[in-house]
Design a protein around this ligand. Structure first.
Ligand SMILES: NC(=O)c1ccc[n+]([C@@H]2O[C@H](COP(=O)([O-])OP(=O)(O)OC[C@H]3O[C@@H](n4cnc5c(N)ncnc54)[C@H](OP(=O)(O)O)[C@@H]3O)[C@@H](O)[C@H]2O)c1
Ligand SMILES: *[C@@H]1O[C@H](CO)[C@@H](O)[C@H](O)[C@H]1NC(C)=O
Length: 327
């Protein structure tokens, strides 16, 4: 145990010195960097442009990010691709040093729609494969946004076809709950490599995290900052950025409260996806591999849990396969 921990710490230090995030191995053998740049459009300010996504992706790669998270629905795959191309053209990285994640939208859940949808994403990204392709939500919608009722076991077959064609190295899911993960694994016999869902100090998700980790499914933590950063239109539950417990930890380690929150997720074995289009904050968010929180400190942060979601798509609550609590 001590040797393993020592080796782990050694690896963390070695990667930190190179400015990179370490990797963990997925259940299909591929390696995934344990921190990704988020490019989701959910938190953007009015003034933010799509071109800022291109810029952010380029800056992130310059800073040592090797994992970028996007999705067809974000409408920014083209800009993500341009940022990647710029970094490759300037000799900062090669394609095989990068890990690119994108996602299938809800209106492409029919088995025969999956491969064409991924081909469209690849065309926009300017890539010939993605490292990880995720079913974005377990619900399905018709093109007009009305509810559809496609069983995601069928979608999962399409995902396996995409993988078998080499268009995606790894395949996984997002926003699947415990029941849905169990059924997918038991019925198909093919474990998703990843489940991506919300985890942060007000939504700590212990049951779902444990369930996935017990099955060897890696967890990507979206909206990692929770309500520590300001969110438009929501009554922010604690902890905020001025929370005394978080501020004390930040002072102890010489880090910001946001870095403490990212490190909290990393200590739990999760892969946080902080979104920023600001050069300084992009750099700050990957500068979390030169310190560690103790088990007690992790437990202290977990006690902030309120089961309150940043992403709470209640408009879908009457759709088949809605994964969250309905009230
Ligand atoms: N699978 C899904 O259904 C799903 C759902 C939601 C999100 N996601 C993914 O997860 C990513 C992250 O989630 P999110 O965008 O909801 O939230 P987030 O990363 O928790 O928060 C982003 C917000 O925090 C600010 N910020 C970033 N770093 C900061 C720092 N160091 N100090 C202070 N403020 C900071 C950003 O502003 P600036 O840009 O101005 O720095 C932005 O307003 C998304 O971009 C997307 O890729 C996936
Ligand atoms: C997961 O979602 C399904 C479909 O809506 C629902 O029937 C089930 O109760 C949910 N399970 C959990 C653990 O929330």
């Amino acid at each position: 145990m001590n040797t393993l921990r020592g080796l782990f710490v050694f690896n963390l230090i070695a990667f930190a010195m190179a400015g990179l995030a370490p990797c963990i191995q997925l259940n299909d053998g591929y390696n995934i960097p344990i921190l990704a740049l988020g490019t989701g459009r959910g938190t953007i300010k009015e003034s933010e442009t799509l071109d800022q996504v291109r810029q952010a992706v380029f800056w992130a790669i310059e800073e040592g990010y090797r994992h970028i998270d996007t999705a067809a629905i974000y409408g920014d795959e083209e800009q993500v691709g341009l940022g990647i191309a710029e970094a490759i053209n300037k000799g900062i990285v090669t394609r095989d040093q990068l890990f690119v994640t994108t996602k299938l939208w809800n209106d492409k859940h029919a088995r025969q729609d999956v491969v064409p949808a991924l081909r469209e994403s690849l065309r926009r990204l300017g890539l010939d494969y993605v490292d990880l392709y995720l079913i974005h939500f377990p619900i399905s919608e018709k093109a007009d946004g009305s509810p559809d009722n496609i069983d995601h076991l069928e979608t999962w077959q399409g995902m396996q076809e995409a993988r078998d064609l080499g268009l995606a190295r790894s395949i996984g899911v997002s926003n699947f709950n415990i029941t849905q993960i169990s059924r997918l694994v038991e019925s198909s016999g093919v474990r998703p490599a990843v489940n991506q869902f919300e985890v942060n100090p007000t939504m700590t998700q212990e049951p779902l995290v444990t369930h996935c980790q017990n099955l060897g499914i890696a967890v990507m933590a979206y909206s990692p900052f929770g309500f520590v950063v300001s969110r438009k239109g929501s009554q922010a539950p604690p902890p905020g950025v001025d929370d005394p417990t978080l501020v004390a930890l930040a002072n102890k380690y010489g880090k910001t409260v946001e870095q403490i929150v990212l490190r909290y997720l990393i200590e739990r074995g999760l892969i946080p996806i902080p979104k920023s289009t600001n050069k300084g904050r992009i750099a700050q968010n990957i500068d979390v591999f030169d310190f560690q929180l103790s088990d007690n400190e992790v437990a202290t942060i977990s006690r902030f849990n309120k089961n309150i979601r940043v992403v709470n798509p209640t408009d879908w609550k009457d759709y088949p396969n809605y994964p969250f609590e309905r009230d």
